[in-house]
Design a protein around this ligand. Structure first.
Ligand code: GDP
Length: 257
């Protein structure tokens, strides 16, 4: 009598290392938020506060010291290579640049790209003027719904970032949204990133902090979804997520890369 061969038990497949894994498929909510952000188009540029149009729609201000990665972040969020670099063209660097968001040309929110601060070589007068404009904007802009502060985690919050935090603190206490985005997260090890994130969470008093990398598309879905939620509110969120509206969710627009 021959004994039947003994086969080794099949082993469960070994998961691929994290850096080789395919990124998780974006949720329908993230896809919808990306499609919405992709509608961003230049609205206007305002060198002084009085040149800003009065708007009813929610406005999201993107702020941060020069070189923090603000333009790259806006371009990545909107999937448009040159949108925020329009803010770097001569004549617009010291202005507040507004971009409209909304489908079928109907503006339902606005992104405000504020000039980067802390550029060491800028003349003192220009720095002071800018601090005044930004302070007034953050304190008085009525439709300002949220502030997104870009911060290079290798430098941490600088003195000017702290001044900005002091300026917006009363409005955050009254319900204005606030997000610290730790940019260029790809330059940090996992441990360094987690440490920077815990510090930022302590510093953002009443707001949120997230890691972000334009290069690795890290945090992109989360930030896009957060902006959508802030703009459309939980009510719209629930309605849009209901099955009868499912077919209205558009596919992610093609990458511009
Ligand atoms: P801004 O002055 O705040 O608008 O900063 P930029 O968007 O111009 O970025 C400043 C520098 O940081 C540029 O050299 C970018 O290529 C680089 N940068 C921006 N985002 C990232 C990122 O996610 N990862 C890496 N490694 N570099 C980035």
């Amino acid at each position: 009598m021959t004994s039947s061969p003994v086969y080794p038990k099949p082993r469960p497949p070994t998961p691929a290392p994290a850096h080789l894994r395919k990124p998780a498929e974006a949720t329908p909510q993230a896809k919808r938020a990306h499609a919405w952000l992709h509608t961003a188009r230049f609205l206007t540029t305002a060198p002084q506060l009085e040149h800003l149009p009065a708007l009813e729609v929610p406005e999201f201000a993107f702020v941060g010291r020069s070189n923090a990665g603000k333009s790259t972040c806006i371009n990545t969020l909107t999937q448009q290579k040159r949108l925020a670099f329009a803010s770097k063209t001569p004549g617009r660097t010291q202005s507040i640049n507004l971009f409209s968001l909304g489908k079928q040309g109907v503006t339902d929110a606005v992104l405000a790209d504020l000039p980067g601060y802390g550029y060491a070589a800028a003349p003192r007068e220009a720095k002071l003027r800018w601090q005044r404009v930004m302070g007034n904007y953050l304190m008085t802009r009525e439709n300002l719904k949220a502030v997104v502060l870009m911060c290079d985690p290798r430098l941490g919050l600088t003195e000017l970032d702290e001044i900005l935090l002091d300026v917006i603190r009363p409005r955050v206490a009254q319900g204005m949204k606030f997000l610290i985005l730790l940019t260029k997260a790809d330059k940090l090890s996992h441990a360094e990133a987690q440490k920077a994130l815990s510090i930022a969470k302590l510093q953002c008093g009443g707001g949120e902090a997230k890691l972000f990398s334009a290069l690795k598309k890290q945090g992109l879905d989360e930030v896009a979804t957060l902006l959508w939620d802030w703009s459309h509110g939980p009510e719209a969120e629930n309605a849009a997520a209901a099955p009868e509206n499912a077919e209205e969710i558009e596919d992610e627009p093609p990458s511009l890369d």
